[in-house]
Design a protein around this ligand. Structure first.
Ligand code: GCU
Length: 680
């Protein structure tokens, strides 16, 4: 059985000691799940007599301080006995895992907790052949052949044949659901947003019955199952001549399809849709808007309480680099801003955190804050597509937290970042026609690899995403500490300190040796790992650095550039419009500057590029050395896995250093101030 990441039953049992549990509540799916977690997962005693128990789990009519069915209260009752109270089985489940976490991290105290974001979602980009788009940890946990992995100890579908794409490894799926529930994830989309071939059929029989098995399991863990759909399904599955969202037959087909889904899966979450983007079909091919398309699906799901998650990652992916007037960064806004207020209450627009595509450094997507009357789900990518493929260590929480803490500067709100009302996290949670349908989503990084995430340290990003969604006030170090304490319960303080240091510095190190100062996209096209300075420069997907002998960067100002800056509220736009007030880390995203331009740090742009690229491999060499010190202190498989990944990371960092430095040296013929080797 695969390693259980941060939930290790033996360690939890040892930390809990002589705990005797008592459980009181309606026999709903979640309360039953809590019972099973105690008895089957933890294998701990459960008593029917409250007086005998050391920990009481209770669903009560009212719980002081708890207003949401997801909330819970942990408090002392008498003689060191604890109570975990909630108003609903879901809150009880979260309270149970919170208590386990507190025991494992040594932080048990009285508390009341409720989630900061309502939708806390993981999107799988899993395909029904078992592969994963942008997956770096083996095959899909949902799809693929049972014999294509070593972990299956339970055959859910003994009748499996070649037309059944489901893996059916329910032991694995149960572990996964448990892990997700333990960090507060309450929604999972099973399949890739690019819905092609037979994946289109997931919403109908015979595949739907298989989805039902998974959805039932997930529901018991408080997780709603979503499916990504193909907008052209009425044509492809229904035999209609059109998929026009304004056509009555098309609407009826979606309504019937939704009815059939909900007959099987009453707790079904809804649809995730990528439309009119990167070759996917959508309403625009019928002259309709994204709102027409989304609302049509919303109408079909509304009677059942389902929602439509409509992605805003829409841009012209057939650009011509010769055309300097196009700017990919402007696309989401140009496609969606004018539709603000037109989306139905049960539609949420899922917006990537930045205007481009999950780069290490991007400014905030201006739609977040700009769409004032639309439910927004902010999208992140846990799978490390542009961030090192889970080969390079990259603990990404510092980056994500910077994004959710960003002040949108909307509506003349105060410049004080303490004014939570204009911060991204607050805007998302509190704006939109139905705030139950807002939150955060992220693309999964798990697969069938023994350690789930390819690089064992990449588990921390999955853990961190869930914790960040639940509690928007946690910082990157606290989250890392929680993950470390639970994942390496037997490690010494020294070992924990070494791993913590690697994690907390890794995102800045990766940013340093890849694309500098917000320029992005200097990656090998297609695979997105390793350097290729000009890889996307003359490509149909966009143009990114415009480096010539005098300077580098993209002029997105209103005065002389693409005008993208104008999408921000005036106060923010003024900062980005001016080269002097633009933060260094985003300089080349907003401006084309000379190589001799001085950053706020005092360095020239060129010297900064040289310095960070020399620093990258040095830092990775440091990681390799310090990792040697944890040999024997962490499980051997983890040690070997990370050691092997760090060796690959070093090669990668060296490749980035040499290609990027040589590129800019050839452009400028200006040597490194410190005389280090740059290949001519
Ligand atoms: C990126 C990624 C694609 C993905 C797309 C999306 O461009 O490379 O694989 O399909 O994002 O978010 O839809």
């Amino acid at each position: 059985m695969a390693d259980a990441m941060w939930l290790k039953a033996d360690s939890i049992r040892a930390a809990l000691g002589e705990t005797v549990w008592y459980l009181e509540g309606d026999e709903d799916a979640r309360t039953i799940r809590v019972r099973r977690e105690i008895v089957e997962f933890l294998r701990q005693p459960l008593t029917g007599n409250a007086d005998e128990a050391t920990v009481l789990l209770r669903v009560l009519q009212t719980v002081p301080g708890v207003t949401s069915p997801q909330g819970y209260r942990i408090h002392d009752i008498s003689n060191g006995r604890k109570a975990i109270d909630a108003c609903d089985g879901t809150g009880l489940l979260y309270g149970f895992y919170a208590y386990v976490r507190a025991v494992m991290t040594g932080t048990v105290c009285e508390c009341v907790a409720e989630p900061d974001q309502q939708i806390r979602m993981i999107d799988h980009w899993d395909q029904i052949d078992g592969s994963i788009e942008r997956g770096y940890a083996g095959e899909s946990i949902f799809f693929g052949r049972m014999d294509s992995n070593d972990h299956s100890d339970f055959r859910a579908f003994p009748e499996r044949d070649t037309t059944n794409p489901f893996r059916g490894d329910f032991a694995r799926l149960e572990s996964y659901a448990r892990l997700m529930a333990s960090i507060g994830i309450n929604a999972v989309c099973l399949n890739n947003v690019n819905v092609r071939g037979d994946a289109t059929r997931l919403i109908v029989e015979p595949f739907l019955s298989k989805v039902t098995h998974i959805a039932d399991l997930f529901d018991s863990f408080g997780i709603r199952t979503f499916l990504a759909i193909n907008f052209a399904s009425p044509k492809r599955l229904g035999g209609l001549s059109t998929s026009d969202p304004c056509n009555q037959q098309v609407r009826a087909w979606w309504a019937q399809t939704a009815d059939a889904i909900y007959r099987q899966i009453p707790a079904f979450g809804g649809f995730v849709v990528k439309a009119d983007s990167e070759g996917e079909p959508g309403p625009m091919q019928y002259g309709r808007t994204h709102a027409d398309g989304a609302n049509m699906l919303g109408e079909a799901l509304a009677p059942h309480g389902g929602i439509v998650i409509w992605r805003a990652f829409v841009y012209n992916s057939q650009q011509d680099w010769r055309d300097r007037s196009t700017d990919r960064a402007k696309a989401a806004w140009n496609n969606f801003k004018e539709l603000d207020g037109l989306f139905a209450d049960n539609v949420a627009l899922q917006v990537k955190f930045g205007p481009m595509d999950f780069q290490t450094r991007e400014p905030l997507n201006p739609l977040i804050g700009g769409m004032k009357h639309t439910n927004i789900i902010m999208e992140f990518e846990i799978t490390a597509e542009y961030l090192g493929h889970q080969i390079d260590v990259n603990y990404v929480l510092p980056q994500w937290l910077t994004m959710i803490d960003t002040d949108t500067m909307i509506d003349g709100a105060s410049t004080d970042n303490d004014d939570a009302s204009s911060q991204v996290k607050s805007i998302i949670a509190h704006r939109g026609p139905n705030t139950c349908h807002t939150g955060f989503a992220a693309v999964s990084n798990v697969g069938m690899d023994d350690n789930w995430t390819g690089n064992a340290l990449a588990q921390a990003n999955l853990y961190g995403f869930g914790r960040m969604c639940w509690d928007n006030t946690l910082n990157a170090e606290t989250i890392a500490n929680e993950w470390l304490a639970q994942t390496f319960p037997d490690a010494s303080e020294k070992t924990i300190g070494i791993i913590r240091n690697i994690l907390l510095t890794s995102n800045a190190v990766y940013e340093g040796y890849t694309a500098p100062l917000g320029v992005g996209f200097m990656v090998t096209p297609g695979v997105h790992y390793g350097p290729s300075v000009n890889g996307y420069e003359y490509d149909r997907w966009g143009t990114y650095h415009f480096a010539d002998r005098d300077g580098v960067g993209v002029d997105r100002t209103q005065a002389t550039g693409s005008g993208y800056v104008a999408q921000y509220p005036p106060r923010q736009a003024a900062i980005y419009e001016d080269v002097n007030s633009t933060p260094d880390e985003l300089l080349l995203f907003f401006h084309h500057v000379g190589y001799e331009h001085r950053l706020h740090s005092g360095k020239t742009v060129l010297q900064h590029i040289y310095d960070t690229h020399f620093a990258g491999p040095e830092a990775v060499q440091g990681y390799i050395k310090s990792w040697e010190n944890v040999r024997g202190q962490v499980p051997e498989a983890v040690f070997d896995n990370v050691a092997q990944r760090l060796a690959q990371q070093l090669d990668n960092a060296v490749a980035w250093r040499d290609q990027v430095n040589t590129f800019f040296y050839r452009m400028t013929k200006v040597p490194d101030e410190h005389g280090r080797t740059i290949y001519p």
